[in-house]
Every structure is written in structure tokens, then in C-alpha cells.
Ligand binder design. Structure first.
Ligand code: ATP
Length: 256
């Protein structure tokens, strides 16, 4: 369980002071998928960083499974828009890097990495280098590297934003498949409302900066979901309309 209790975050001081997050209260149930959506720069990544323990809130606290987060939260895997793969290492050596750093034998780390390579559908690409991979494949490598830690929670910050529509769908499909098997808690920051509704149990809309919760909407679409078809259902359409009505207000204000 992740609990954000009266969270606020202000960066800098004086003329450089930026209030990124204000008074956010949010409880995220274990094994649920929650999408965070809102205008650019409103403070969504800052929230993820606080859950990860990388930033300390200025006010309020983050509780993770009943304990206050005061340091880097080792229960979470974090995936950002940039994949940060090391170009001089092959796929398998990129994925196994964390185990290499902990001194695990080559045989043991390759065994674990190979299992993940299979899970994310990269069989046959073990020895390739990042420069020869497509955007979707690079995302699969990042996903596998994150899963190596067996994190109970995945923090995904616009992980698929740079992909074209077809690859994004394939990644949605893969993510839901992995989640069905492994049942992590997933917190996903996205700009894409269709992506949010396709994947999540709940979509939380934030106001423009400082981020406050503007709307917290359950997505009552049955699972398993077919990521290609679900968007054409009436239920999806109705959920999309109700969230979009609220989201649009934030974007309209932003333009003024
Ligand atoms: N380390 C930092 N130091 C100073 N300001 C910061 C820092 N991190 C974030 N900010 C500021 O906080 C605000 C919120 O940033 P954040 O990255 O959380 O927004 P976001 O909603 O994730 O944006 P986007 O959707 O564009 O990625 C921005 O004004 C940003 O410049």
C-alpha cells in the first residue's frame, strides 16, 4: 500500500521558488494500476520521485507498506522515458548489470537475465547492442532490467511516450501480460488519456502546477483487456468523456 499523506513539495527559495506539489492525499492499493495524468510540468514526476524516496516532501509524508519513506525505496522499480541503456553493452549485459554490480557470478546472472529476456519477448536478441534495436525493443530491455530486482511496485514515468502507436500498443499488451502474472502495484505517469484508461484501474487527474488531485476516477473495464479493442467499447468511451471534461479545464487554463 502506498499512501501519500498531505504531500507538498517546493523547490528552491526566493525568486527561484517553485511549488510543484500541494496537499496531495492518495492511497494506492497493492496490485492496482493507477495512472497519473495532468498538464506538463504540473508535478507528476516529482510525486513519483517522492514515492521512490529520491525526493523528500516539504510537507506531509509518504508511507509504503506502513513505513514512512525516508530513504531510497528499494521495493520499487523505476522506468523513465529515457531508457538509459549502456551502448557498449549487449542486451544481456545491460539487463544483468545490476547483478554484476552485486558480484553475482556470470552463470547466475545470465540465467536470470535469460528468463527475463524470454518474458519480454527478446529471444534471439541477447547479444545485440542497443544501437541495433528498435525503440520498442529498447523499452523491452529497460523493462527487463527493471524486473530483475523483482520490485513489488513499478513506477513508470511516460515510459512509452516516444514510441509510435503500434509499438505502444504492443508494450501495453506486454505490460498487462506481465502484471497479470506478477501482480505488481503500478503507478504510471502519462500524457495519454487513452493509454491511462486502457491500462489502469484508476485514473487520477492533477491540476496544473502545483499538482493537486482534481479528479479520481475508477475505470470499471473488465480484465483481461484487449488493448486493441477495449477503446472501442461504450464503457471506455463514457469513461474517456467524463475524465476528458475535467482534464480539458486544466489544459484550457494553461493556454490562457
Ligand atoms: N530538482 C528540481 N529542482 C527544481 N525544480 C524542479 C526539480 N524537479 C522538478 N522541478 C520543477 O517542478 C515542477 C514540476 O516538475 P515535474 O517534472 O514533476 O512535472 P511533470 O508533471 O512530471 O512534467 P511533465 O509532464 O512535463 O514531465 C516543474 O516546474 C519543474 O521545473
Amino acid at each position: 500500500m502506498i499512501e501519500l499523506q498531505g504531500i507538498g513539495k517546493t523547490f528552491g527559495a526566493g525568486a527561484n521558488r517553485t511549488k510543484a506539489v500541494a496537499d496531495v492525499n492518495l492511497t494506492i492499493a497493492p496490485r492496482s494500476i493507477v495512472a497519473l495524468i495532468g498538464p506538463s510540468g504540473c508535478g507528476k514526476s516529482t510525486l513519483l520521485n517522492m514515492i521512490a524516496g529520491l525526493y523528500r516532501p516539504t510537507v506531509g509524508k509518504v508511507m509504503y507498506d506502513g513505513d514512512k519513506v525516508t530513504d531510497v525505496n528499494t521495493d520499487v522499480g523505476y522506468m523513465t522515458q529515457k531508457d538509459n541503456l549502456l551502448p557498449w553493452r549487449s542486451v544481456i549485459d545491460n539487463i544483468a548489470l545490476p547483478l554484476e554490480l552485486t558480484g553475482t557470478s556470470r552463470e547466475a546472472r545470465y540465467a536470470q537475465a535469460r528468463a527475463l529476456i524470454q518474458q519480454v519477448g527478446l529471444d534471439g536478441f541477447e547479444d545485440k547492442y542497443p544501437s541495433s534495436l528498435s525503440g520498442g525493443m529498447r523499452k523491452r530491455v529497460s523493462l527487463a532490467r527493471m524486473l530483475l530486482y523483482r520490485p513489488k511496485t513499478l513506477l513508470l514515468d511516460e515510459p512509452f511516450a516516444a514510441l509510435d502507436a503500434q509499438l505502444r500498443l504492443a508494450m501495453h499488451d506486454l505490460l498487462l501480460k506481465l502484471w497479470t502474472e506478477q501482480q505488481q502495484t503500478i503507478v504510471l505517469v502519462t500524457h495519454d488519456l487513452v493509454e491511462a484508461i486502457t491500462l489502469a484501474d484508476r485514473v487520477v487527474v492533477f491540476t496544473k502546477r502545483p499538482a493537486r488531485v482534481a479528479m479520481d476516477q475508477l475505470v470499471n473495464l473488465p480484465r483481461p483487456r484487449d488493448v486493441r479493442e477495449v477503446r472501442f467499447t461504450k464503457q471506455f468511451h463514457d469513461t474517456h468523456n467524463s475524465i476528458w471534461d475535467r482534464l480539458r479545464e486544466e489544459y484550457d487554463e494553461e493556454r490562457i
